[in-house]
Design a protein around this ligand. Sequence first.
Ligand SMILES: [Zn+2]
Length: 314
Amino acid sequence: MRPDLGPRPHLGYAASRVDRAAERRSDADALRALESEGRARAYLISGELVVLRITDGALDPLFPCAAARAFEGAAETAFLGLVDDAPRFAVAIEPAAAAALKTNDAFEVTDLRSIAVRGLVDAEHLPPLAEGKALLNWHARHRFCPNCGAATHLVEAGWRRDCPACKTQHFPRTDPVAIMLPVAGDRCVLGRSHRFQPGMWSCLAGYIEPGEAIEDAVRRETHEEAGIVCGRVAYFASQPWPFPTSLMIGCHAEAISHDIVIDRAELADARWFDREEVAQMILRRHPDGFTAPAPVAIAYHIIRAWVEDGVEFG
Ligand SMILES: [Zn+2]
């Protein structure tokens, strides 16, 4: 019988409403016009931190573009796209300047994880904040050409950096991560990383390596971390994870071996759980206080989908 786990919560950073309008990126005049448009707004981002305006007691992540660029320490600007035809930008601000704003009563300066988990802004802002944070992080780490070492400069409204010396074009990168739930009938394997809060169990995960298919990464990571051999792999969903520039690729995997051998360097623990127990963890009613991850993470949704619907391996 299908357990009643209540309404399905929103997956953080996904389901973006932004039309990236990539065709506008190379037209400098059109971009200037977009930026000076009355409805144009910018997010102000510094590394892990986002600057929010406090207006009438509420937190607003959007600044008029000119105001965002006028902040001390404001650096690169990138065009994120259009939301209902209103232009959206991301403006980078230097860490020292963002730290100084923490003591200013007009602003709340906090990290994007906290904003998402605590629901500090409307959920529709999470995807463009993820887009802006990941993109500006890439700029901050690619000021010099990896090919020849010369200083690079931002072009294409923030979607490329060019090297004037060797003429190489550099594009923003995304790092794919496989995140998976190994299952066998009514049981699944969950793990605990050393950094997890007490009692929380989640999916296994690892970076996909060069030349590796998603399915092979799922099987390799599951075997490396927990000693479980997997057969078929079913794609579930993906989630932008801007910490700093990952894309989480969620899968279910068919476990075909039973014995768990934990790689203690990677995991604090891993074990089998049955479906009923995992349902209790999602509902936060487990007798030992065990919990599933927060709904902002794709792991919650991968686990919940298996509890509610099971998995069909094609
Ligand atoms: Zn170069």
